[in-house]
Ligand binder design. Structure first.
Ligand SMILES: [Mn+2]
Length: 368
């Protein structure tokens, strides 16, 4: 990691630039056309006071066009699709955030080697390791300023970078461990050895918690204790497609997990109470939201859809509740794949729309 990296400082190897309609730096809008929706106190529609951010009105945006953690092309186009649908404009103009970060979607083509044979059963291991290392730097640069960080993926392997970067910044800034709420149909906690597919988007949690170990920096050995999180501070919501090896890992380590069964039994309101009680009110929270947690009825355009998932309102409610804690320090939205649209591209449009809704809720939009 390079703590000396400055925002907008060119990267050592420049990424392929893709023009987007993106961030106007420091272009805080202090009021909307009707002037009524923005709290001048905190700069968002919400009046929730942040416990752990020194600049809660500032949002560091990292746009990750990367799909190497799995095999279906298209998920790298998600950040552009989300931005083109107006997400960042809404965050700036309606929620009142000052946006920071880069004015480009990163494709990381400079980090993808020509030859990347499997290592310990992992597919594209060098590419995913070096791209997530770069993402960790990008997120760290924003998080160390005391900003909220929003990462738009990309497949879920990128969470190795986003969580790695924010956990390090939170430790340095506050001397604390961070909690992670992982909202997903899948647990993504396979080790390379328990994984059936070898796709790294099914493994990020095992590397982030130290369940999977590797010393070689070319294969995630760059992850240090400062980048990692405790299994005790991890909470899952929405699980319904968990491999046998993963079930064993969850049980043996006593990991807190709320499956769709728990949501059916208790309702999403009670599940969120229990999830947040487990984390406690004194712990910063990184929310990693895989759009496949939603039922395919709401989010069909994703790589590994599983029926029987969350409604859009339940997804939004999770995000609203996490925002309400005042403990949120980072948000990931991953696995939107606009090219996987069953039947027509209405599916892609709906999935992008659902993704935008989740992010706005996490960042403080409220219904009233
Ligand atoms: Mn996932």
């Amino acid at each position: 990691m390079s703590p000396s990296l400055l925002i907008n400082e060119p990267e050592t190897a420049p990424p392929v630039k893709k023009p987007t309609t993106f961030v106007q730096h420091n272009s805080r809008s202090s009021s909307t056309s009707n002037g009524s929706r923005i709290s001048q106190t905190f700069g968002t529609t919400s009046m929730i006071e942040s416990k752990f951010l020194s600049h809660p009105e500032e949002l560091g945006v990292v746009a990750v066009g990367f799909s190497g953690g799995q095999c279906k092309p298209g998920v790298d186009a998600a950040p552009s699709a989300l931005i083109e649908s107006g997400l960042l404009t809404q965050l700036r103009e309606e929620l009142g955030y000052k946006l920071y970060g880069d004015d480009q979607v990163h494709l990381y083509t400079d980090l993808v080697p020509k030859d990347d044979p499997p290592h310990r059963n992992m597919k594209n291991p060098r590419a995913v390791s070096s791209v997530t290392k770069r993402i960790a730097d990008q997120v760290y640069v924003q998080a160390k300023e005391g900003r909220l960080v929003l990462t738009l993926g990309g497949d879920h392997s990128i969470a190795i970078g986003t969580i790695g970067g924010s956990a390090k910044a939170i430790r340095e800034r506050l001397g604390r461990e961070m909690a992670v709420i992982w909202v997903d149909a899948h647990a993504d906690i396979n080790t390379p050895e328990t994984s059936g597919s070898g796709n790294i988007h099914g493994m990020p949690v095992s590397f982030l918690t130290g369940l999977a170990k590797e010393d070689n920096p070319d294969f995630f050995g760059w992850l240090k204790p400062e980048n990692q999180i405790s299994l005790k501070k991890l909470v899952y919501i929405g699980l319904r497609d968990v491999d046998a090896g993963e079930k064993r890992i969850l049980r043996e380590n006593g990991i807190k997990a709320f499956s769709m069964f728990d949501i059916d039994r208790h309702g999403i309101g009670r599940v969120m109470e229990m999830a947040l009680a487990h984390i406690g009110s004194d712990t910063p929270i990184h929310l990693s939201f895989d759009v496949d947690a939603l039922d395919p009825m709401w989010a069909p355009s994703t790589g590994t859809p599983v029926r029987g998932g969350l409604t859009l309102r339940e997804g939004d409610y999770i995000c609203e509740c996490v925002h309400e804690t005042g403990s949120l320090v980072a948000v990931d939205l991953v696995e939107v794949n606009p090219s996987l649209a069953p039947e027509t591209d209405i599916g892609a449009h709906e999935t992008v729309r659902a993704g935008c809704s989740l992010v706005r809720c996490a960042l403080g939009e409220s219904l009233l």
